[in-house]
Design a protein around this ligand. Structure first.
Ligand code: FMN
Ligand code: MN
Length: 451
């Protein structure tokens, strides 16, 4: 199932699967578009294509991989195969390098120099307290100035002028490492931003990987991603991208940008960030702009769920082969994990929580459940917490442990308390027999179709 190769045919795949909401009514790019996209996603209606945002010439697409159903469609697998598919794609041995082409779809239209005005792009202002319009779904493509390898990442970009963006990048990111190396030489770092891409590329860009993340996208699709050199920068950009922004980060220049809705569910602070000076904007004919609603499910899925579930699964399987499933739920903002196990020892669930904590520093809350609990259903997990946990015996805390410094319960160094919860059934305490279960049925066999 490798028919997806760009955003346009992914949109067709979504539509066939009943996972695309088309919005024809004009919506305001300021708040309204994000509100509608978030509501569509909350109601399980999939991704959304705004065909006519007001004050914009181009359609805007949002929510590409904001649920397990959408991620499975993007990866060409079933929901239960997502973690295995991501494990293989993230294995460095499985990486497939990009293929260099001489032409690209986005070369059809190109604006350079003083003619560029990024304020004409349909860049939404998402959250109520966001500092202004931000590109949140653009894929940053950069090159290591030392080794020459490529790199993908996400960097929120606030519009600061016709050819200027604030470019957010944390201290420990690969792009920061490249930028620092250039700053030491007093030289700028070239950057390209691809907007509107095959979701394999969107997923790859959220992963921490010690090589070019385009290799992950290649592994997902089973063939190298076609790329083409930029017009004004020496960077290989996915050839099927809808829109490409090229430019550079000048050395030793910082400007304030922010705040923006953050992955932890609050608004962030103003940052003094590098500045992207734009040299070219290219696009396909009738391009589709793509955005990610910040601080909402897709943001968490790409940054915290899809790349980390394989990692956590590897760690917990190291402790027990009885593990039958694992999920990092988006509503836990990447700080919580649910492990499903057919336990063979009463102490096994607690060992599993310890393994999950050590797999990734962000994980602070681990809930272990039995195979009869649906790890993708928050109500079922809450049922297990309510009916299978004795709160004086079945949880333990690890105070003073290291977590993420932006975790709202941690101090500024990220120090906080981790908690492990054994929410498995303990029949040795009291035997309730089998849990009530009404098996699922295919409702279309029972409901009137209406035609
Ligand atoms: C939607 C989204 C937005 C993000 N925005 C930023 C950002 O503004 N600054 C940043 O440093 N990281 C941001 N991240 C995280 C990184 O881009 C991402 O984890 C990536 O793997 C970092 O690339 P690297 O490992 O090559 O350094 C964002 C992630 C997502 C999914
Ligand atoms: Mn990287």
């Amino acid at each position: 199932m490798n028919q997806i190769h760009d955003l346009r045919n992914f949109i067709s795949v979504l539509e066939q699967a009943g996972q695309l909401a088309r919005i024809n009514k004009p919506v305001n790019l300021v708040h309204e578009l994000a509100n509608v996209a978030a509501a569509v996603q909350r109601q399980g209606r999939g991704a959304v294509l705004f065909e006519r945002p007001s004050t914009a010439d181009w359609p805007v697409f949002a929510g590409a991989v904001g649920s397990p159903t959408l991620a499975a469609l993007a990866l060409g697998c079933t929901v239960s195969q997502i973690t295995g598919t991501m494990s293989r794609a993230l294995d460095p041995e499985m990486g497939i390098p990009p293929r260099r082409m001489t032409t690209a779809a986005w070369q059809e239209n190109c604006i350079t120099g003083d003619d560029v005005d990024v304020r004409r792009l349909p860049i939404p202002t998402h959250g109520l307290h966001d500092g202004g319009p931000f590109i949140t779904g653009g894929i940053t493509i950069a090159k290591d100035p030392v080794s020459g390898r490529g790199n993908l990442s996400y960097n929120r970009m606030q519009v600061l002028g016709p050819r200027t963006f604030g470019f957010n990048v944390n201290e420990w990111r690969h792009v920061m490492q490249f930028y620092r190396a250039q700053e030491r030489k007093g030289e700028p770092l070239e950057i390209a931003i691809a907007i509107g891409v095959d979701p394999a590329i969107s997923i790859a860009a959220g992963a921490r990987y010690e090589d070019d993340e385009l290799r992950i996208a290649g592994a997902i699709r089973g063939e190298g991603v076609p790329v083409c050199k930029g017009r004004t920068v020496n960077i290989d950009v996915p050839a099927q991208a809808e829109i490409v922004i090229e430019g550079h980060l000048p050395p030793r220049e910082r400007r304030a940008e922010g705040p923006l809705a953050e992955f932890h569910g609050y608004y962030g602070e103003l940052w003094e960030s590098p500045v992207l000076m734009v040299t070219a904007v290219s696009h396909r004919t009738n391009p589709i702009f793509q955005t990610i609603i910040p601080g909402h499910d897709e943001h968490i899925y790409i940054g915290n769920v899809l790349p980390r579930e394989p990692l956590l699964l590897r760690f917990v399987r190291q402790v027990s082969q009885n593990v039958t499933g694992l999920h990092i739920p988006p509503y836990g903002n990447g700080f919580a994990a649910i492990v499903q196990v057919a336990k063979s020892n009463p102490g096994e669930p607690k060992n599993l929580t310890l393994a999950a904590f050590t797999a990734h520093v962000n994980i602070k809350k681990v809930i272990v459940v039995d195979p009869d609990v649906n790890i993708y259903d928050p109500a079922d997990v809450l049922w297990a917490l309510t009916n299978r946990v004795d709160w004086s015996r079945d949880f333990f805390t690890i105070p003073g442990a290291q977590g993420h410094e932006m975790d709202p319960t941690a101090d500024k160094r990220g120090v906080h308390t981790k908690i492990g919860i054994d929410a498995t059934y303990k029949p040795e305490r009291r035997d309730y027999g089998e849990r009530i279960r009404y098996p699922d049925v295919n409702l279309s066999e029972y409901l009137e179709t209406g035609d």
